[in-house]
Ligand binder design. Structure first.
Ligand code: GUN
Ligand code: ZN
Length: 447
């Protein structure tokens, strides 16, 4: 039995905050502690209280005065685009053709896929992100690399091979049958192995023929416990192209609805230009619209209308969307989310931001029994945050008036430098497991 007592200022959400200082939405312990036993949370509360249930062998990790929160969750990004961040100038379709479909061809080489997968996971962790839902490339080897890198670090991740059989370079295309067969094999290999979860991933309507969409429908029907991830209504040219390819569909959302791809396990990247009808379809099916602020600004795509989702009772989450997204940091992502909403006269309170990165995203993934909040029996995925990580932050923090103010400073000024430590299933993981081009042996399996 391994046991560690992690001490600091503990903050965790129990509900979605209703207003700027909704103290009923969270639990906060000024001198708090999280007791971790065999990778799970076995105690939580005031340090003096929690300490009583420890033994002489229990290690203590003292992180005072830093904040301890559940690890951040990123609900949409692309691991093969790790080296394509900051590709200049183009909007979505031109950007995909000019940069991304060139970059993703490199993942035919398993060594390249392994090297990037390791760097990708280390980058997530150094930004305090302990769970991600990511697209791999069309190559099954990229999925093996992705889940292997996560397994080596003990991380709960969601992922899947993109399926695309048209409007992409020949080397990145599969066929409906091949996409189906490879996806089936990967689900059998990875879904539910350790902490791995599979996402059936037709990239978007533009790159899948009706035959491939139908194969996706069959995969989803055969594997209802897998996620589905795809893209929806990100860019006006994309919408025109997608709907022209499916002339019988009522609108873009209806393309996915017709192939029975929409459910509470479905993650739909972007969802910027939806009609009222489409938002109500999302509300009815429980499909999740994924808000990707840095990406939407970087590609000049548009502004996600959160209040519209709230009014319709539709679900949403937040994500980086690396490599159209410009940062792995969920703090920087929420900084941009604040501005995107501000431009539309909508407010994003600091408590809401931190709720969204943790419990909100866990709920969107249906994983809130395991991650996203600190509760007994939850997986011990934690982030330790230092709100004085930069001199300018330290100066600003000298006049911080409250916890809410401190969170806003961190979201507005912070980045990976704020992440003092990250724990995955109770193990400290801020520091990289492997260096580029050098693959170490996997660590022993977690108990
Ligand atoms: N739509 C289809 N593929 C992609 C992608 O890789 N990134 C973004 N931002 N949108 C997409
Ligand atoms: Zn995407």
């Amino acid at each position: 039995m391994t046991e560690i007592l992690i001490r600091g200022r503990v903050l965790t959400f129990v509900e979605e905050p209703r207003h700027i200082d909704d103290t009923s939405a969270f639990r906060y312990f000024e001198d708090g502690a999280v007791l971790v036993r065999n990778g799970k949370i076995a105690g939580l509360g005031h340090f003096a209280e929690v300490r009583k249930s420890t033994s002489v062998e229990t290690q203590i990790a003292d992180h005072r005065p830093n904040l301890i929160l559940p690890g951040f969750i990123d609900t949409h990004l692309h691991f093969p685009q790790t080296q394509a961040i900051a590709s200049y100038g183009a909007q979505l379709l031109e950007w995909l053709n000019t940069y991304i479909f060139v970059e993703e061809q490199k993942f035919a080489k398993p060594e390249h896929a392994s090297m990037i997968a390791g760097r990708f996971m280390d980058e997530l962790l150094s930004n305090g992100t302990t769970t991600a839902a990511a697209y791999c490339s069309v190559h099954p080897e990229s999925v093996d690399a992705y889940f292997t890198a996560a397994e080596e670090r003990g991380m709960l991740v969601i992922g899947g091979k993109v399926m695309m059989d048209r409007n992409a370079p020949e080397k990145l295309r599969d066929t409906p049958q091949q996409g189906y067969d490879e996806t089936k094999r990967l689900i059998a290999k990875w879904h539910g192995r350790g902490r791995a979860q599979y996402a059936i991933s037709p990239r978007f309507a533009i790159t899948s023929t009706p035959a491939q969409m139908d194969a996706s429908r069959v995969l989803v029907a055969e594997h209802p416990d897998c996620y589905v991830q795809t893209h929806l209504s990100e860019n006006r040219d994309e919408i025109a192209f997608a709907t022209s390819l499916y002339p019988d569909a009522k609108d873009y959302t209806d393309i996915y609805a017709r192939y029975e791809l929409l459910s509470s396990k479905t993650l739909l990247g972007h969802c910027i230009y939806l009609s009222d009808r489409e938002v109500s379809v999302l509300a009815e099916t429980g499909a999740v619209g994924v808000f990707c602020p840095t990406s939407n600004l970087f590609l000049g795509s548009g502004l996600f209308d959160r209040d519209r989702f709230d009014r319709a009772g539709a679900r949403y989450s937040v994500a980086t969307d690396v490599g159209a997204g410009t940062s792995f940091s969920m703090l920087e992502t929420m900084d941009e989310a604040y501005k995107v909403l501000h431009l539309q006269g909508q407010r994003l309170s600091p408590l809401n931001s931190f709720y969204m990165m943790t419990l909100g995203n866990a709920r969107a993934l249906g994983l809130d029994d395991r991650i996203g909040s600190l509760h007994l029996g939850a997986d011990a995925d934690l982030v330790v945050l230092n709100s004085r990580a930069k001199p300018s932050m330290e100066l600003r923090m000298q006049v911080a008036s409250s916890l809410v103010d401190e969170l806003f400073v961190m979201q507005t000024m912070g980045d990976d430098r704020c992440v003092a430590e990250v724990y995955v299933a109770g193990k400290a993981r801020k520091h990289p497991l492997q260096r580029p081009h050098q693959i170490e042996r996997p660590e022993p399996e977690l108990i």
